[in-house]
Ligand binder design. Structure first.
Ligand SMILES: Cc1cc2nc3c(=O)[nH]c(=O)nc-3n(C[C@H](O)[C@H](O)[C@H](O)COP(=O)(O)O)c2cc1C
Ligand SMILES: [Mn+2]
Length: 495
């Protein structure tokens, strides 16, 4: 078997973060009831190293929690280090390099998983009546949450009834009681589609949830790949080696062998229980929970001193932005390239809480199309809005590629100065979209549409390959030799 790395093994990932000063070992006694959540929230908001909670007040001794596994770093030039480590990329990797690494797997043949007979995730087992989820330190993450969340940084494993589609997808699960979890399985998400296939046959969906999975697998499970594309194969291609998997104890599914905790069982087709509310990716917590499907747990297996990774969702940046947002941007970029659109970069601005996607338009390529603003916006709406990824993000912003779309200051400047209030805000009230967007009303949510918009920040001249005006800034407003001189004499000036 291949050697493991930070992308393929959660423990290697932790060593890597430690070696880069991106993880703090906490030996204080910490309470999973709100204290873990409060510390992790403060970590995201101050961009501090990821907290490893080694001593918890509840749960079996030895079990641990890792907070903010893909939080941002405050180290200059290494802001994306935790995200980059999910793909074995260097600490200094920036968004364009990260997206390219993710989508190169599209060009290569799938690498199917390799099956093992024994693995660390089988070191401890609870089966049948012995199953007790409360032996784990299941945290209450925000005081407004409707319950304790077991799965906030793990993924569901399901398979289509015909056995041809293996789906790994990130989704949250709340503790209902000692052997059941409850969580969303939205009909447009792949777990919802596969759940519906089983339900149609009058069967419960065989299911597993994996926590502390190989980081690359976790990221791909948060990527809106098209339906019928198996995430495990994509992970293999992305990491250049097959994912080692092992069979569940109580059902025929295979799960990543290098995992911390595996929960297995089945999803009911007719039982619902209240789930939530929970502080969510958009940065709000709504008052009401919702009835969601029940996940029956038939077995739990885990590594010695297992680590439960968590995401404490809310105001950005947390993993819904750094992982989900990045993976949506990657999929959208691949989709635009496939559709032949003149788009050279896509970014899901973390500060916009996965509610908008910015498309960088190559104006030289745009000029070759000899199109108009309205026709171009329609083309984006017709091609892009059809994709699985576009369902997830309500707003799309088009800007010329003189803007670095990964720099929020530049995006705000373009948005304010380049979009005409009358001409450039295109509303698509009938296009379907995710009903979780905060500004939607009850009717929108029920119909799963209402929130879509394209904002065109392309100046009319840019459709002919030219900027409208020159930029007034250090880079563009002075001759090169003078700029060089100013940089060289900077300290002499007294700075
Ligand atoms: C930390 C994190 C939490 C997420 N929570 C949910 C969730 O609770 N429900 C959901 O539908 N999607 C959630 N997502 C997004 C899905 O994982 C994502 O849309 C993915 O594409 C779903 O897989 P699928 O495309 O195979 O359906 C989350 C993503 C991340 C990274
Ligand atoms: Mn999928």
């Amino acid at each position: 078997m291949d050697k493991q790395s930070p992308a393929t093994d959660f423990r290697e990932f932790i060593q890597h973060l430690k070696a880069h000063g991106e993880l703090i070992d906490i030996h204080e006694h910490v309470d999973p009831d709100l204290e873990v959540g409060a510390i992790t929230r403060r970590v995201y908001e101050t961009r501090a190293p990821a907290p490893m909670f080694n001593r918890l007040q509840t749960g079996d001794p030895g079990l641990r929690i890792l907070g903010a596994p893909a939080g941002m770093s405050r180290k200059k030039g290494q802001e994306y280090i935790r995200l980059a480590a999910h793909f074995n990329l260097p600490a200094s990797a920036q968004p364009a390099e990260i997206l390219n690494a993710i989508i190169m797997a599209k060009q290569k043949p799938a690498i199917a998983p390799i099956r093992l007979n024994d693995a660390p995730c089988k070191q401890n087992k609870m089966i049948g009546d012995d199953v007790d989820l409360t032996r784990f330190p299941v945290p209450l993450l925000h005081q407004e949450d409707g319950g304790r969340y077991f799965g906030t940084y793990g993924f569901h494993v399901v398979q289509s009834p015909d056995g041809t589609w293996d789906s790994w997808s990130v989704g949250r699960t709340m503790l209902h009681n000692r052997n059941t979890l409850v969580g969303p399985a939205m009909s447009m998400q792949h777990i919802g589609m596969i759940h519906a296939m089983w339900a149609k046959e009058g069967k419960r969906t065989p299911w597993a949830m994996v926590l502390g999975a190989p980081p690359a697998a976790m990221a791909v499970a948060g990527m809106p790949l098209p339906a019928w594309v198996s995430e495990p194969d994509y992970v293999g291609t992305l990491t250049h080696q097959p994912v080692p998997v092992i069979k569940c104890e109580t059902n025929p599914l295979y799960v990543p062998a290098f995992s911390e905790i595996v929960v297995e069982g089945e999803i009911s087709f007719d039982e619902l229980q209240m789930e939530g509310p929970m502080g969510e990716y958009h940065g709000y917590s709504f008052d009401e929970g919702k009835p969601q499907p029940v996940f029956h747990v038939r077995a739990i297996t885990w590594r010695d001193n297992a680590i439960l990774p968590i995401c404490v969702a809310g105001i950005p940046p947390e993993e819904n932005h750094t992982i989900w947002g990045t993976m949506m941007a990657a999929e959208a970029l691949a989709q635009c390239q496939k559709d032949g659109l003149p788009v050279d970069m896509v970014w899901c601005t973390y500060e916009a809480a996965s509610c908008w996607l910015v498309l960088s338009v190559d104006i030289n390529e745009l000029a070759k199309m000899e199109t108009t603003a309205n026709d171009f916006v329609e083309l984006i709406a017709d091609t892009f809005f059809k994709s699985h990824v576009a369902w997830l993000i309500p707003k799309v912003i088009l800007v010329a590629n003189d803007i670095d779309i990964t720099n929020v200051e530049q995006v705000v400047w373009a948005l304010a100065t380049r979009s005409h209030p009358k001409r450039d805000y295109h509303i698509y009230s009938q296009k379907p979209g995710i009903p979780m967007v905060p500004y939607l009303d009850d009717e929108d949510k029920e119909n799963e549409h209402g929130g879509k918009m394209i904002i065109n920040c392309l100046f009319p001249e840019e459709f002919r390959g030219k900027p409208r005006a020159r930029k007034a800034c250090f880079n563009d407003s002075y001759p090169d030799d003078l700029k060089q001189q100013v940089i060289e004499k900077w300290q002499q000036y007294g700075y």
